[in-house]
Design a protein around this ligand. Sequence first.
Ligand code: CA
Length: 273
Amino acid sequence: MGRPLGPRLTPRRPDGAAHGGAALGAVPPPGAYDPSMTVGRRVILLVEDEQSISRPLASALQREGFDTVIAASVAEARERLAEATPDLVLLDLMLPDGSGFDVLRHLRSAGDVPVVVLTARGEEADRIVGLELGADDYVVKPFSAREVAARIRAVLRRAARQRSHGSDSAIEIGGLRLDPGRHSVELDGEELELSRKEYDLLHRLMRDAGTVVTREQLIEDVWDMNWFGSTKTLDVHVSSLRRKLGDDPAHPRYIHTIRGVGFRFSSPDEARE
Ligand code: CA
């Protein structure tokens, strides 16, 4: 699985810069329908300055059924994003004119395009910062194209599932209101800025308010089951969520830690002031 990408250079579209908006807005060709995806070919924006990675990865992803657009810098990524919104962004962090985190912040200020961060082995801090900034997942270099494609599919599936749950009715508990239809969360009437994962986590906990949700269940529902590092990631997200809710872990109004088991969101009665 950790096999690095070989130098196979057969990109159908050799130059990402040559096909910006037109490709992003392109109508999928007939026969490109992928039943698992419910619509045609998904467009992946690959932000990566190393051509020895981006080119073979782009062509491998094309063989896996995705369309790819390459951006080799923060500036180029912003240009491509201004032209059209991709279905997902694969994001390298070390770019010649800045950090991939700048692109991530830009993306999160503008919407919720799924983002998978490409990190170097051993750079755990990068992964945690990326996830706190709202990345959906990460892969560690060196990676195989198959591994990246699997992550992309998993992230797109979750995003689609989340959209299909968009008609759920709003949940209101003790001054906190989560509205899946608007994908918004308000605390005492003030809108909270949550990352996608923080939102998913909160939604999952609030749906079962008053009962314990196990760590395994949360990881399975909000992340991938087999996600390396997910245990720590869950704790990172719970603490950032608590911070945004102004919830004191020692005397929680909302999120209770059930040590060794999971978390429990307060029932409406409990959360009443
Ligand atoms: Ca780089």
